[in-house]
Design a protein around this ligand. Structure first.
Ligand SMILES: CC(=O)N[C@H]1[C@@H](OP(=O)(O)OP(=O)(O)OC[C@H]2O[C@@H](n3ccc(=O)[nH]c3=O)[C@H](O)[C@@H]2O)O[C@H](CO)[C@@H](O)[C@@H]1O[C@H](C)C(=O)N[C@@H](C)C(=O)N[C@H](CCC(=O)O)C(=O)O
Ligand SMILES: Nc1ncnc2c1ncn2[C@@H]1O[C@H](COP(=O)(O)OP(=O)(O)OP(=O)(O)O)[C@@H](O)[C@H]1O
Ligand SMILES: N[C@H](CCC[C@H](N)C(=O)O)C(=O)O
Ligand SMILES: [Mg+2]
Length: 457
């Protein structure tokens, strides 16, 4: 089943009703003629006269949200909805839940940055959390395929723009709040308030898992929720005795007076929090902790999250760190198991929070032996301007700038000696690079593999 109203003129078929939504940059009203050309027989708009039946409303966005809630929410309300928010860790945690529930033979769907997954279906996504009509279509598609659990990433943009309007979550989680998207939210308080909205959207007495070691955690503890705090100090779930290697992590934890010991095939202290959030959310859906722990051997980090490629004795990690906190976390993780130098390749996306650029530059040179600054997705900006923002305050000499990302990766690989670590940060799973001229195919992993192939390795 699909939502009957169409918001995108390109998807309109003869006889459809087109609703014109003004968004951040584009306005659906500019596409009404296109929708009519494609056969729309009715238009819902805020203004204008058109050649087909037209309903004029004060706010098409409000109209659409109410329409979806009234007509489609009853059809999908039995799906158990699990939502994760936070600056970093949403994709990783959601995909852990998705893998665990699949291994427990449950019918589960995932929706977020890297796609929309259920059964054997894997579809790409444009946004981490899409607009409300797209989201309803996904929930309806999941329902048609018998999905019982729907795990989704909830971005701050989505919360602010009410892309999840009317949905009630059974379980929610907060991973962390650090600097990102201040171009959009302006202040960290606005950013925190946007994220808090997810916690207000829980069904009564439902589960909220909160990272108690984040300075903002109290913001997310609402009295109406069943809150479970994770911490390495004094949480409801307490983490202890953490040990790292470049292949994995072992740790202990206690929860409800029981002690557990386990290991993960992934690096990074933050992944312990991601994992324990996933574990608690699945457990509170009705599965035993001991049964979930048995699956750890088969649990994988998602593509582009500290993804390891070996090059002789050197370790190359491709990681999606694109915020100051994430860059710091992954570099600190690498420092914990390094036996040689850390060489980092990093840039910053264009048309996104410029305030984070010099901070990321500083963190990179502080926690690496050598840094090659390069382009991420410059989007509509000049790559050189972004690189200048990143490096403008740097006083050390342990870095260079190579604008072309391919050349930067080749240089980084050339620099590796023995037991060195190469951190290629920012683009993770992305298979494109977006510049002024559009998107072209580009993958950090493929660049590394091509280099190894040329070397005959
Ligand atoms: C800058 C920005 O926020 N843009 C978002 C915005 O796009 P927009 O203003 O261009 O408008 P649009 O929705 O494409 O077009 C307006 C209306 O015209 C209609 N239209 C448009 C074109 C056409 O030919 N025919 C037509 O009918 C559209 O269907 C829509 O109804 O509204 C769209 C629908 O919601 C979003 O997909 C799009 O996200 C872009 C891709 C984006 O990059 N957004 C980022 C900032 C974002 O939202 N990121 C968050 C979090 C990132 C994170 O994980 O940290 C996310 O959730 O992805
Ligand atoms: N819990 C965490 N705390 C801090 N950093 C993390 C955490 N989990 C992952 N990271 C770092 O952040 C990067 C992005 O992780 P992930 O894709 O899971 O986050 P996300 O919240 O989905 O990001 P986005 O909003 O861009 O989709 C990882 O590659 C890693 O460097
Ligand atoms: N979902 C994030 C992704 C950033 C990834 C990074 N590679 C970049 O392009 O800045 C955003 O839209 O801000
Ligand atoms: Mg994500």
């Amino acid at each position: 089943m699909e939502v009957a109203l169409k918001t995108d003129s390109r998807k309109v078929k003869p006889g459809d009703t087109f609703i014109a939504i003004p968004n951040v940059i584009r306005d659906g009203h500019d596409y009404i003629e296109q929708a009519i050309k494609n056969g729309a027989s009715r238009v819902i708009a805020e203004h204008g006269n058109y050649s087909v039946e037209t309903i004029t409303v004060k706010s098409t966005r409000e109209y659409l949200k109410d329409y979806l809630y009234k007509n489609y929410y009853p059809l999908i309300k039995d799906i158990k909805l699990i939502g994760i928010t936070g600056t970093n860790g949403k994709t990783t945690t959601c995909l852990m839940i998705y893998q665990i529930l699949k291994m427990l033979k449950q019918n589960v769907a995932y929706m977020g940055t890297v796609g929309f997954y259920y059964g054997d279906v894997k579809k790409p996504m444009v946004n981490t959390t899409p607009d409300v009509d797209v989201l309803y279509n996904m929930l309806l598609e999941a329902k048609d395929h018998g999905v019982e659990y729907f795990v989704m990433e909830v971005s701050s943009h989505a919360l602010d723009k009410e892309r999840i309007y009317g949905l009630e979550f059974d379980e929610v989680a907060f991973s962390n709040l650090t600097q990102d998207h201040l171009d959009y939210h302006k202040t960290i308080e606005n950013y925190a308030n946007a994220k808090r909205k997810l916690f207000e959207k829980t069904r009564n007495e439902k589960i909220a898992i909160i990272n108690g070691d984040d300075p903002y955690y109290q913001h997310f503890i609402l009295p109406e929720n069943n809150n479970i705090v994770i911490s390495d100090k004094d949480g409801d779930l307490k983490i202890e005795d953490v040990c790292f290697s470049h292949l994995g992590t072992t740790f202990k934890f206690s929860y409800l007076n029981k002690n557990y010991e386990t290991s993960l095939n992934m690096v990074g202290r933050y992944n312990i929090y991601n994992y324990l959030t996933a574990l608690l959310l699945v457990h509170r859906l009705g599965f035993a902790i001991d049964d979930i722990l048995l699956l750890n051997d088969k649990l994988k980090t998602p593509s582009g999250r500290m993804e390891l490629i070996k090059y002789g004795t050197n370790s190359i990690f491709v990681d999606y760190a694109h915020t100051p906190d994430a860059v710091k976390n992954v570099l600190i993780s690498a420092e914990e198991f390094k036996n040689g130098r850390i060489i980092t390749i990093i840039g910053c996306g264009g048309n996104r929070d410029p305030l984070k650029r010099p901070i990321m530059g500083r963190i990179a040179v502080e926690h690496s032996d050598y840094v090659i600054f390069t382009s991420d997705n410059p989007r509509k900006e000049e790559p050189e301007d972004i690189l200048n923002d990143i490096t403008v305050d740097l006083t050390s000499d342990n870095f260079e700038v190579i604008v072309d990302r391919h050349d930067a990766i080749v240089k980084g690989m050339d620099l590796l000696n023995n037991n060195d670590i190469l951190m290629i940060l920012g683009k993770g799973h992305e298979d494109y690079q977006e510049t002024k001229t559009g998107k072209r195919h580009f993958s950090d992993q493929e660049e590394v593999l091509k280099y190894l192939e040329i070397k005959g390795l």
